[in-house]
Ligand binder design. Sequence first.
Ligand code: ADP
Ligand code: ZN
Length: 351
Amino acid sequence: MIDSMRKIKQQFSNTSVDVYLDGTFNHLSKLVDKKNAVIITDENIFSLHRSKFRNWNVITLKPGEAFKIQLTADAIIEQLIGFEADRSTTLIGVGGGVVTDLTGYVASIYMRGIRFGFVPTSLLAMVDASIGGKNGVDVGAYKNLVGSIRQPSFLLYDYSFLKTLPDIEWSNGFAEIIKHACILDHSSFKLLLNNSLQSIKKDKKLLTSIIEKNVLLKSSVVKKDEFEKGDRKLLNFGHTLGHALETQYELTHGQAVALGMVFAAWLSEQMLGLKKSVEIIQVLSQYKLPTIASFDAERVFNILTMDKKRVSDKMNFVLLEKIGKGVIHPIKLDKLEKYVSTYSNLNKVGK
Ligand code: ADP
Ligand code: ZN
């Protein structure tokens, strides 16, 4: 077999991350000492890829965002004590965003911080969650309220994990890929518009190039603004309303973000004269993401104001100047409340 793995180094403020693209899971044993490492994964990934985990110390979590909570972090810590993990132990998160967020979080606090790396197994984790060092847990309705920013030592990509990824998780990943295109890269947007979920899933080369492009897009934003003082906020496109909808309704992260992006595009049309916002709706539907939802404007607005992006009576909202160029736009809360209410009424009568 031809070894296609490529290594790139991403430099951050006080650390660097080794990124192994198009690699294989087996390479993990070259990056860490098996005896002094603990893998954290979830039950789905463990049962679908059981043979890969042979001879590793493994902590298996219940799958799903509902378990991205402090109680799970505590349970992981208990098991690390059981494995006699110490300051020299490496934690490896093998999974989707929930697993990587929890792994980074526990690795940041266990013994005041130990080495960690990721093998992202969902499309979303590959293009988004595993990049940038944000980790943490949810608290009640508040997503990622507790956590830190700390970069992993390495990221190892093994695209063969995607063979078992359920359809809904493909759409979740594409929500973030579409987000990156909207805020950063018009040519990626065109490519997505000219393709569909089905056509990309069938074309391994195209899929690989899209994943790798998105690794670079996200990393470049994070490298410029690791601690989210400015441009990194752009990555919140679609996430302000998205997070509020996600906590209030039965939606996946990708579905909620898709709806949040449609709202942000509509707002961009109203406030900045964005053109062709209909293309955003079109692209989302080509990746099996929702674009219309009726929701309780008052309830959603109340949750939305608890968002970390709120600064006293204003909210830093990510809008689009044009497709491919996101901008951070402060909006007064009372004005935003009116927009949310108008928009939810538009959706009710069926736009
Ligand atoms: P994210 O969408 O942030 O990656 P999760 O960590 O919750 O969030 O992963 C989404 C779901 O996909 C979980 O149920 C997880 O078990 C499952 N999953 C992740 N990777 C794979 C994979 N390669 N094959 C099958 N299921 C997977
Ligand atoms: Zn997201």
